[in-house]
Design a binder for this molecule. Structure first.
Ligand code: HEM
Length: 386
């Protein structure tokens, strides 16, 4: 997609796409500007477009699909429950989970051989972290993962037949009932988990309602699982493509955070997000009529040559002068950005420690089939345990 994004930035920074029935926005400054203007560029249709009738909590909008001023209050309450100090408490658990998953891999495949990094590690790790954060009992986790994956797949619902759709519907109901149970149990037994934090979070005497918390937990699952999964998959792909960087990271795992930042810039898990205009508006020299779908291309903004020198070069030493767009910008800036960085650092450190060798086998990468999400669908690797 990147050469195409470069053409768009140069020639058609704001372009009507017939196929997608939306305006794409390719330049950093335009993306930045629109994401900071939630009044004109509304998020309200985001969730309905993503999940349709498979939204597990249709009674209330999740904050990712709310506009100012309603969004602000909920976001403040969520921030309070999600502050970095609380995320830091999770750090030990992320390392433990990474070790457990790698124990399973070694138990299954022996001391050396091949396994699928995408399916056997990255697809399991973030959902396990969030399950743990939400206080899901260990023995319910695999069931829980199946529901989360099915609900996430609702984004692709146009491509599915009745059988799969009815599976998604069941999963949506099960997930909801499950999160309701978590909440109902917690309300009288507050603990260290995130649902307890949401229950306690209070600003100006207002707390989140039961439904708001149930929807918030669902949002974390939809927003926080596949994204981090894809980040960890793509990181290994980029290490394969940049062997000198890989050798440096092997020699000095202190470089992992810089590696993760560069992967986030260079090949971000969320390539594109969605807005709708509430009024006629001029952007990048084009007039966008009211009621239009707009797609800011985050992955293109990250390669804008006016912000990042030699943007097509993968360089973990690069000096970053402008914020990456990988987590969005403005009021909806990713709530989980810090958690996902903590998760990625822990997973990669543990992987480097436990595997003396961990190499993507093929140069040909089978990417997931999506124009807005990016990550390897499968990723066979050759490994040797340390
Ligand atoms: C919002 C990306 C991980 C929770 C966003 C947005 C992006 C994004 C681009 C902005 C959406 C918009 O403006 O419409 C990512 C990426 C991740 C990641 C690339 C991993 C590498 C996570 C994690 C969580 C999370 C781990 C939580 C556990 C959220 C939430 C929002 C959000 C709740 C909505 C915030 C709001 O509406 O105020 N994310 N995300 N994300 N993300 Fe993430």
């Amino acid at each position: 997609p990147y050469p195409y994004y470069a053409d768009l930035r140069r020639d058609e920074p704001v372009k009507w796409l017939d196929g997608l029935q939306a305006f794409s926005v390719a330049r950093y400054d335009d993306v930045d500007k629109l994401l900071k203007d939630g009044r004109i560029f509304s998020s309200a249709q985001f969730w309905p477009a993503l999940l349709g009738e498979y939204d597990p909590v249709p009674e209330v909008a999740p904050m990712i699909s709310m506009d100012p001023p309603g969004h602000i209050h909920l976001r403040k309450l969520a921030n309070k429950a999600f502050v970095p100090t609380k995320v830091n408490l999770l750090r030990d658990r992320t390392y433990r989970i990474a070790h457990e998953l790698i124990n399973d891999i070694i138990a299954k495949h022996g001391q050396s051989g091949e396994f699928d990094w995408a399916w056997e590690f990255t697809a399991l790790y973030p959902v396990t972290v969030i399950a743990e954060v939400l206080g899901v009992p260990t023995e319910r986790r695999s069931e829980f993962k199946v529901w989360v994956d099915l609900v996430l797949s609702a984004a692709n619902r146009a491509a599915y037949g009745p059988e799969k759709l009815s599976e998604i519907e069941k999963a949506s109901k099960s997930l909801r009932a499950f999160i309701e149970d978590l909440y109902d149990h917690r309300i009288d037994n507050l603990g260290e988990d995130l649902i307890s934090s949401f229950i306690q979070s209070e600003i100006d005497g207002r707390k989140m309602t039961r439904l708001e918390i149930i929807q918030m937990a669902t949002l974390l699952l939809i927003g926080g699982v596949e994204t981090t999964t894809n980040l960890l998959g793509t990181t290994l792909v980029e290490l394969k493509r940049h062997p000198e960087t890989y050798a440096r990271v092997r020699a000095d795992t202190g470089l992992i955070p810089a590696l993760v930042e560069e992967v986030l810039r260079y090949n971000p898990p969320v390539q594109i997000i969605f807005r709708h205009t509430t009024a006629d508006v001029e952007l990048g020299g084009t007039t966008i009529p009211a009621g239009s779908a707009v797609m800011p291309i985050l992955a293109s903004a990250n390669r804008d040559e006016t912000k990042f020198a030699n943007p097509d070069v993968f360089d973990i030493d690069r000096k970053i002068d402008f914020p990456l767009m990988s987590f969005g910008q403005g009021p909806h800036f990713c709530l989980g950005n810090y958690l996902s960085r903590v998760e990625a650092k822990a997973a990669l450190e543990v992987a480097m420690e436990r595997f003396a060798q961990l190499d993507v086998i093929s140069d040909e990468i089978h990417w997931i089939d999506s124009y807005f999400a990016r990550g390897p669908h499968t990723l066979p690797v050759r490994f040797k345990a340390a």
